[in-house]
Structure formats: structure tokens, C-alpha cells
Design a protein around this ligand. Structure first.
Ligand code: COD
Length: 161
């Protein structure tokens, strides 16, 4: 059984994430999408909300499950016997940091990292840009799954924008 994990903050999941998850799901028998819990950093969405939005985004991918974790990614990999981390790469700016993490994760636990180059049509997407656009009332419907767009609109309405 070939297993891999796609980790991230996913605050919230974007079409860029969905593209990487979809492509990775075709390469492995089982793919876990793991939401990082960072206790020191409050996101826009709670970890439970992010997981719920991810689950809705991957309903068509039967070999994908959604989980969350707090701590070192390599510990999660060890506990769940996952030998591969899949990451999306957007630009050179992603590469330096991602390479450093990949090398460290390999040194810590012999976990390999597979980089999936972003699809050109979603290479400019990031959760932080999506949040910024939505915050000021911009249209993000083409950038995120429908459930995320709905949730961002609800929030904007609630907050009177
Ligand atoms: N196209 C392609 N890929 C994309 C796109 C896009 N448009 N947007 C995002 N991605 C990729 C990112 O490159 C990343 O690989 C993944 O999707 C998740 O993105 P984010 O922004 O939701 O998540 P990050 O980058 O904040 O997540 C970082 C981790 C949580 C994975 C990392 O900090 C981590 O592993 N933390 C655990 C603690 C740990 O083990 N630390 C030691 C590391 S050596």
C-alpha cells in the first residue's frame, strides 16, 4: 500500500491546494490531507472548519482522508507509517524554504518529500491572498471551492461588509 501525506495550514483550502491533492491522489493508494494545528497562531477558520471545508473539497476523491495534527510532521508520519510528504511548489520563493524542510524531514526520520509543480492557472493562489481579497469584499469564487466561497461570504455579511 503506497501512502502519502499532504500537509498544510489550509486556512482556507484553495483551488491550488485542490489541484495538488487531486494530482497526488492519483499517485498513491491512500492520501491523507493533514491540517497543521499551530496553537500559537489563530487562523481565520478553526481547525475543525478547515477540515470540514477540505472534506467537502475532496468528496470526489475516494482514497483521500482528512486529519489534523499538532507537533512535528515527521512524528505524524512515523505514527501513521507514512513514508512520503507531498508538497506543491509555486515559485522559487517557495522552493528555498520547502527544500530546507524536505532535507530536515529526511534527516529526522528518513521521510521523503515529493514536489508537485503548481498548475499555471493556480500558481498565483495562496490562502492569505484569498483572505485579503475576501476581507475587502472582492470576488474569490474562481479561486476557491464553492463551500469556501460560501463561508467567506457568510462571514463578510455577518461582519457587515
Ligand atoms: N499551487 C500549488 N501548491 C500550493 C498552492 C498553489 N496555488 N498553494 C499552496 N500550495 C502548497 C504549499 O506549497 C504547501 O506545500 C501546501 O500547499 C500547503 O500550503 P499552506 O499555505 O496551506 O500551508 P503551509 O505552507 O503554511 O504549511 C506548512 C506546514 C504546516 C506543512 C509546515 O509548517 C509543517 O510541516 N509544520 C509542522 C511542524 C514541523 O514539522 N516543523 C518542522 C519542519 S522541518
Amino acid at each position: 500500500m503506497r501512502r502519502a501525506v499532504c500537509p498544510g495550514s489550509f486556512d482556507p483550502v484553495t483551488n491550488g491546494h485542490v489541484d495538488v491533492i487531486t494530482r497526488a491522489s492519483g499517485l498513491y493508494d491512500e492520501l491523507v490531507v493533514a491540517v497543521l494545528v499551530n496553537p500559537g497562531k489563530a487562523g481565520l477558520f478553526t481547525v475543525e472548519e478547515r477540515m470540514e471545508l477540505l472534506r467537502e473539497a475532496v468528496t470526489d476523491l475516494p482514497n483521500v482522508t482528512v486529519d489534523s495534527f499538532e507537533g512535528l510532521l515527521v512524528d505524524y508520519c512515523r505514527t501513521h507509517e507514512i513514508p512520503v510528504i507531498v508538497k506543491g511548489l509555486r515559485a522559487v520563493s517557495d522552493f528555498e524554504y520547502e527544500l530546507q524542510m524536505a532535507q530536515m524531514n529526511r534527516e529526522l526520520a528518513a521521510v521523503e518529500t515529493l514536489f508537485v509543480p503548481t498548475a499555471p492557472q493556480v500558481g498565483h493562489l495562496s490562502s492569505s491572498l484569498v483572505k485579503q481579497i475576501a476581507k475587502f469584499g472582492g470576488d474569490v469564487s474562481r479561486l476557491v471551492p464553492k463551500a469556501v466561497d460560501d463561508r467567506l461570504r457568510e462571514r463578510a455579511q455577518r461582519e457587515g461588509r
